[in-house]
Design a protein around this ligand. Sequence first.
Ligand SMILES: [Zn+2]
Length: 256
Amino acid sequence: MLGGPDENLPTKLARYFGLCLLGAIVLLVTGFPAGMFQTNCYILAQDDASECVVVDPGQDAADPLVDFLTRSSLTPTAVLLTHGHLDHTWSVEPVCSKYGIPAYIAPEDRYMLADPIKGTGPTLAAVLGDLEFHEPDEVIELAHEQRLSLAGIDFTVVHTPGHTQGSVVFLAEADGPDGNVPLALTGDTLFAGSIGRTDLPGGDHDQLLRSIASRLLPLRDETVVLPGHGGQSSIGQERGSNPFLVGLGDPEQGKL
Ligand SMILES: [Zn+2]
């Protein structure tokens, strides 16, 4: 989501919203909102691992990210992108370059890496000025239901078009004391109490609702929702109280 400017620039380390230790601290999930768009950048690592995965490094994310990784003795092996909007991809090229790692993005949104204005419309041009963006050296295109094993974590890619045509949700699992804790990194497809905007290029509101109904609402209630903006939620919470999802339990609405 591209929002308005935030007065709290620059992002400070103090903005980390804590180490979200899920279950028996087998999987570390931490994140911090970065840049004027306050996009959540997530870091996932197995407990005691030296490798991690970075999700959606946005504006001003590179410095606090590198600082955190250095202090945590973590080395990223990949950057996952939930979609191509610049507030999620701003720092992908410098992060990938620094660590010599690939970026993963759906093919439908890949063009935005080098041409972000095309993905968000001309109002972004005034913000960017003369800034130029480039693809990382290695870009790997994602496919629906693709399985990825990165930094010892298994991910499943779920294509959820609507916010953009290349929006995806990454599913993963953390081992908890009472069994596995499923996670869904939902990008700008699903937020706590809201859903993604669809007024930018490639946005389609009805398609977004169908994606959520058919591919997210069937997930287990306890699935932790880690969205691209704002705080975390769960699938059960969103199915029960998200005002945008009223009536979406009808499977007929879930046809893509
Ligand atoms: Zn977005």
